[in-house]
Design a protein around this ligand. Structure first.
Ligand SMILES: [Zn+2]
Ligand SMILES: [Zn+2]
Length: 267
């Protein structure tokens, strides 16, 4: 029997994110109920004025809530403070004060917009190539220039395009995907495995297993796993089966971050 030692959830949004529904305290309590040992809040940050989260996150109250829950749940749960930054490769001067904050443990870099448009607006009818190529190109730019610890939900476009186009054909973007993976490895940037894909119609994690296997083959090691919960009840969802899948692929660890330094945790 395979025993899972510890569960870490490294992607979640509290009411400090524009779309989060539960308080930090409620999310911590839920994590403890579910025997999760470590969580990292990754509140949305965008400096692009067209993004719905623009201007929503305020650093001081976010820090205060984290500190108060660290005191309250000290012996039961490790609580990390992170950010999910939308397009961290753009307007870097505005992002710098946030990424330079010593009290930030972990940063997810995500592409949520293309040229300021939400991804849902960039689905090109039934044409997969016109839909996914600009997305993966932007992700390559993001991982080449942005400051982040992991790439968020690598093939996120499938969340929005699947209903109209079905699953994308990996082979059509293979070169671009490999370039992204190689650049990430060269820059010590990991991949996030985001289990919210199971809640979307593709019923598949981000990134696909094909991408994860290629990452392993190219020498990639750094992985985090997150539920992308926006509700306390969803914390930890589908993380144990993902750990088992990772073991089958040949990964032995996920990573924990403290002040942006990764540390391997055996799964
Ligand atoms: Zn995201
Ligand atoms: Zn998120």
């Amino acid at each position: 029997m395979v025993v899972i030692n510890r569960i870490l959830d490294y992607h979640m949004h509290s009411t400090h994110s524009w779309d989060g529904k539960s308080s930090i305290a409620d999310m911590c309590a839920s994590a403890i109920d579910k025997n999760i040992s470590e969580i990292c809040f990754t509140e949305h940050l965008a400096v692009n004025e067209t993004d719905p989260c623009y201007g929503f996150l305020v650093s001081d109250p976010y820090s205060a809530d984290i500190e108060s829950c660290r005191d309250r749940f000290e012996s039961q749960l490790t609580i990390k403070k992170g950010l999910e930054i939308g397009e961290p490769h753009l307007q870097k001067d505005k992002i710098l004060p946030y990424v330079a904050d010593q009290n930030i443990d972990f940063i997810i870099g995500s592409v949520h917009n293309l040229n300021g448009d939400d991804l849902t607006l960039r689905i090109s009818g039934r044409d997969q190539i016109k839909t996914y190529t600009p997305y993966f190109r932007e992700l390559l730019d993001c991982v080449t220039k942005g400051d982040m610890d992991v790439i968020g939900h690598f093939d996120l476009m499938k969340r929005y395009a699947f209903d109209l186009q079905g699953m994308y054909r990996h082979g059509d973007y293979e070169e671009l995907i490999h370039e992204i993976l190689k650049k990430a490895i060269a820059r010590n940037i990991g991949l996030e495995i985001n289990t919210s894909g199971f809640r979307s119609s593709s019923l598949e994690i981000f990134p696909s297993q094909t991408i994860l296997r290629k990452y392993k083959e190219l020498g990639g090691e750094i992985l985090t796993v997150g539920s992308d919960s926006h509700w306390a009840s969803m914390i930890g969802n589908n993380i144990p089966p993902v750990y088992l899948m990772l073991k089958q692929i040949g990964f032995d660890n996920v990573f924990s971050y403290t002040q942006r330094q990764p540390e391997a945790v055996t799964i």
